[in-house]
Design a protein around this ligand. Structure first.
Ligand SMILES: Cc1cc2nc3c(=O)[nH]c(=O)nc-3n(C[C@H](O)[C@H](O)[C@H](O)COP(=O)(O)O)c2cc1C
Length: 322
């Protein structure tokens, strides 16, 4: 498949593996890059030893990385540490990228900035992002609820075409197969940033019980809330919520976060015990609405190959006479 993104980054598929915190390690990011996509190691909140180990685990494949941007205000040194591994590309998400952009660019990495609404686009362009990642509310993990792929992606595509035509666009949120990839290309994206579908791959560091749960559930079975952020003591800026598979914990507390705070110590202990035991009926499984499209746990290379082949078939079929 050829798009502006595959041409610029010399890839076989216009597919980026999202820098999923503590899930996209070197094995997954390396497998995606070796298969012809671009794998990003998910540095998350920033543990330099973990990041170093996972770059080693990539086995020399040309991978990139990513960090949660608002964390950098508290700990800017983590970005320097991450960049010493000479990532091919680096994604900043969930915060103002401008204070950190110069460091990323000086390292030689291409800067990707993930945005959740149009209000963040100016900051990303001022930061000099080479790639804008438009993330919509279907997505697994942190994000915002207010935009969906079908309107957000073409709207950002139109703005970029006018204001910054050389800036590339990736769609994030809801792409799990070739139909989704073809759809976002049709909407003006140059490719897709894929999270949940690659979370449910053999190489991902997610727990097997957690992946197995996604295979059983549907797209109705996810929920956005701050329940797990409260339990994990992650102090996210206002507006961000976290999409995960519904379970006993979200059923009990989603929408009742104030009441959760009243008994938080007890619930934290329950949550941490469940995570340690691999019990995802209580612990969190970070997966988006594509849960309903996840029916197996293949290798990352198989996912890319199937996605690329199906997208090419869909596009060829649609290009025929109507
Ligand atoms: C398990 C998981 C962890 C994630 N962690 C991060 C993260 O640390 N930083 C980030 O920028 N995005 C993170 N995301 C969001 C992705 O960047 C991306 O926007 C999202 O996965 C795309 O939607 P999808 O899950 O439907 O593919 C995560 C997503 C998942 C599923």
């Amino acid at each position: 498949m050829k798009t502006r993104f595959t041409e610029r980054f010399q890839l076989k598929y216009p597919i980026v593996c999202a820098p999923m915190a503590m899930v996209a390690g070197g094995a997954l990011a390396g497998a995606v890059s070796r298969a012809g996509g671009l794998g990003l190691i998910g540095g998350g909140y920033g543990d330099p030893e973990w990041i170093a180990q996972e770059h080693a685990n990539a086995g020399g494949a040309p991978v990139g990385g990513g960090l949660i941007t608002w964390m950098l205000e508290k700990n800017p040194a983590i970005l320097d540490a991450a960049l010493t591994h000479r990532p091919r590309a680096f994604m900043l998400s969930f915060g103002d990228p401008r204070p950190h952009a110069a460091k990323v660019k000086a390292s030689g990495a291409a800067l990707l900035c993930q945005i959740q609404h149009l209000g963040q686009l100016d900051q990303a362009l001022e930061a000099g992002a080479e790639v804008i990642v438009a993330q919509s509310g279907e997505a697994g993990g942190h994000g915002m609820t207010n935009r969906s792929t079908l309107t957000f992606v073409p709207e950002v595509a139109d703005i970029l075409a006018k204001r910054s035509p050389d800036t590339l666009l990736l769609a994030a949120g809801g792409v799990a197969d070739g139909r989704g990839l073809a759809a976002v290309l049709a909407m003006g994206a140059d490719g897709a940033l894929v999270g949940s579908r690659l979370w449910a791959s053999r190489e991902s560091l997610a727990h097997e019980n957690s992946k197995a749960m996604a295979v059983r559930l549907t797209g109705d079975d996810t929920d956005r809330s701050i329940v797990f952020d409260i339990l994990r003591e992650k102090d996210w800026p206002p507006g961000y919520t976290f999409r995960a598979l519904k379970n006993k914990m979200t059923e009990r507390w989603s929408g009742r976060e104030d009441e959760l705070l009243a008994v938080v110590e007890e619930e934290r202990a329950t949550y941490h015990a469940a995570m340690a035991a691999g019990d995802y009926t209580i612990g969190h499984s970070t997966c988006g609405q594509v849960a309903g499209l996840i029916r197996d746990i293949p290798s990352a290379a198989e996912i890319l190959e199937q996605m690329g082949r199906q997208a090419a078939e869909v596009l060829a079929r649609l290009a025929g006479p109507i």
